[in-house]
Design a binder for this molecule. Structure first.
Ligand SMILES: [Zn+2]
Length: 130
């Protein structure tokens, strides 16, 4: 697979889109850094796709993470919790939830307001998270 047409050079660095192309002799160090916080397979791949590229990067991440005992232990601890229904609310603004997430490269803060009568309003506010 060739991607030569997708490459650009800026200030001595080669980019493939937004991602820096990692030279062969720096790949093991970049792989070590991507995996340094033991965020698991998907976390490492997501982090890599936001910043760096080299042919075989995903395969290398899979190899390193699948051999990591810390990532395996963390994966076992992050099993999905069952959904728990809430009791009926007595008045508006009794329950407010917030969360942060990333969608298509944008960071969002979601504010979820649960009002009376099971009416749910959902508002997404754009915020910059540094
Ligand atoms: Zn790990």
């Amino acid at each position: 697979m060739t991607f030569a047409g997708e490459l650009a050079e800026v200030d001595g660095l080669v980019f493939k889109g937004d991602r820096v192309v990692v030279p062969r002799d720096a790949r093991s160090e970049i792989l070590r850094r991507l995996h340094s916080s033991h965020i698991g397979m998907n976390g490492c791949i997501r982090r890599a796709r936001e910043s760096v590229f080299y042919p075989g990067l995903t395969a290398d991440i899979k190899r390193v993470v699948s051999a990591c005992a810390i990532c395996a232990e963390h994966q076992a601890m992050t099993q999905k919790e069952p959904l728990l229904p809430y009791a009926a609310l007595s008045r508006p603004w009794v329950r407010v939830g917030v969360d942060i997430f990333t969608l298509r490269g944008q960071d969002y803060l979601s504010l979820i307001i649960t009002a009376m009568y099971c009416d749910v309003k959902l508002t997404y506010l754009y915020v910059t998270i540094c």
